[in-house]
Design a protein around this ligand. Structure first.
Ligand code: GDP
Ligand code: MN
Length: 389
């Protein structure tokens, strides 16, 4: 029993820790290893596609935010794809385009068919050399788009996403937890990108070459992650760029954050599963190391969590020495900065376990109710917080 417990512990905690610290030490401070061959002296034209469903409260701010970007307006085109909103999202967007200097259009769908279907509609109408997808309630740094574009000097780069910062000051516990989760995963996404690619991308900001973009799979969620993996499958690199910051609010209530995380987790599972063939390809550091590790972290390791808890409980009930040992270790973790990592670990595992169960039940969550609390926040800060790991 003790041996089983020990083995599970080593795999469940040891492997992720080894991976996180290994990536931080060996990859995080490297450069991206770009191989620039194309002359990008002139800025390419960019089409920004914003999917919306009942976003009348934030769509104007979103369009203003894009216009605020330091990318030349003459090179920008914006397409709002509205999926049959029942509020005034489309009118608001039209009004903004008419009054502002930004070239934009609204593709109004008569009914809600889901985000991926509508992103494909936007893609079909995109005239820019590059196409950028961005959710309605997030905001960018002024230089985010310009920084993002520059990675395409390397023809190997197929998808560029940004890094996530939370909006507003952290007040609630859910925001503390999200903050610690993000600081760890920001590091990991960047480190993986510097080695080759990161499998998880963010719909808040993701850029492709329009001609290379095959479109989104409308039968699964996780449009962003799935597209990033598609690009890797086609032989490109999909990266998160350290100098491309976007801001998204975190729901202040833990239960609401949990609901959002479960849905996003499910979407990651769907995208990973679709691309599971990459696990046996073994033709790059991505297929040999990064994807198998992420597959383990997102899908396999959460399944070990209940076994670890059960064996720990049984052993603690059987042996006072063991119970004492676990108690001391737990106390040591709570009293040190490791508590941040521990909370992240526990919430991640609970989220992914729930996501796996929901997925097994067959509810894919391709259409969902948006999170209202995330549409009430103040503007993001002008200056990004210093990136800490
Ligand atoms: P979350 O950030 O994961 O909680 O997802 P959101 O609810 O914020 O959705 C991401 C983006 O997709 C937002 O801009 C939504 O308005 C948009 N969206 C969600 N569902 C649909 C849909 O069915 N059609 C369209 N066109 N957009 C959608
Ligand atoms: Mn969102």
């Amino acid at each position: 029993m003790f041996i089983a417990w020990f083995a599970i512990s080593v795999v469940h905690f040891g492997v992720p820790l080894f991976y996180f610290f290994g990536m931080r030490r060996n990859a995080y401070r490297k450069n991206y290893g770009l191989n620039p061959v194309r002359d990008f002296a002139t800025e390419p034209t960019v089409t920004v596609v914003v999917p919306t469903y009942n976003e009348e409260g934030v769509i104007r701010r979103k369009l203003e935010d894009i216009a605020r970007s330091d990318y030349p307006a003459s090179k920008l085109e914006v397409i709002v794809v509205d999926g049959g909103s029942t509020d005034k999202t489309a009118e608001e967007a039209w009004r903004y385009f008419k009054a502002s200097g930004i070239r934009g259009t609204v593709l109004e769908q008569s009914q809600r068919l889901g985000k991926s279907t509508d992103l494909n509609k936007g893609l079909k109408h995109a005239t820019g050399e590059l196409v950028c997808f961005s959710d309605a309630e997030c905001e960018w740094d002024r230089d985010a788009l310009r920084n993002c574009v520059k990675y395409f000097v390397d023809p190997q780069i197929g998808s560029v996403s940004g890094v996530h910062f939370e909006k507003g000051s952290r007040k609630a516990l859910s925001q503390e937890v999200e903050g610690s989760y993000r600081s760890i995963y920001r590091m990991l996404r960047i480190a993986e990108s510097k080695v080759h690619s990161t499998p998880v991308a963010e719909g808040e900001l993701q850029l492709f070459r329009t001609s290379q973009m095959p479109g989104f799979d409308t039968t699964i969620g996780g449009d962003d992650t799935c597209a990033a993996l598609c690009m890797v499958e086609k032989g490109f690199r999909s990266i998160s760029a350290a100098d491309v910051a976007f801001y998204e609010p975190t729901p202040p209530r833990l239960s609401v954050r949990f609901r959002q995380k479960v849905r996003r987790g499910q979407h990651v599972i769907q995208a990973f599963w679709k691309h599971r063939k990459l696990l046996v390809k073994r033709d790059s550091s991505f297929t040999r190391l990064i994807f198998p590790m992420e597959f383990f972290l997102y899908i396999l390791n959460p399944l070990l969590f209940p076994f670890w808890l059960a064996t720990t409980a049984v052993l603690a009930a059987l042996s006072f020495q063991f119970a004492l040992f676990i108690g001391v270790v737990a106390l040591a973790i709570v009293l040190t900065p490791l508590s941040r990592v521990a909370i992240t670990h526990i919430t991640n595992n609970l989220t992914m376990l729930t996501a796996l169960v929901r997925e097994a039940r067959g509810d894919k969550q391709l259409v969902w109710n948006k999170i209202e609390e995330n549409r009430k926040d103040e503007r993001a800060p002008e200056v990004p917080p210093v990136q800490t790991v």
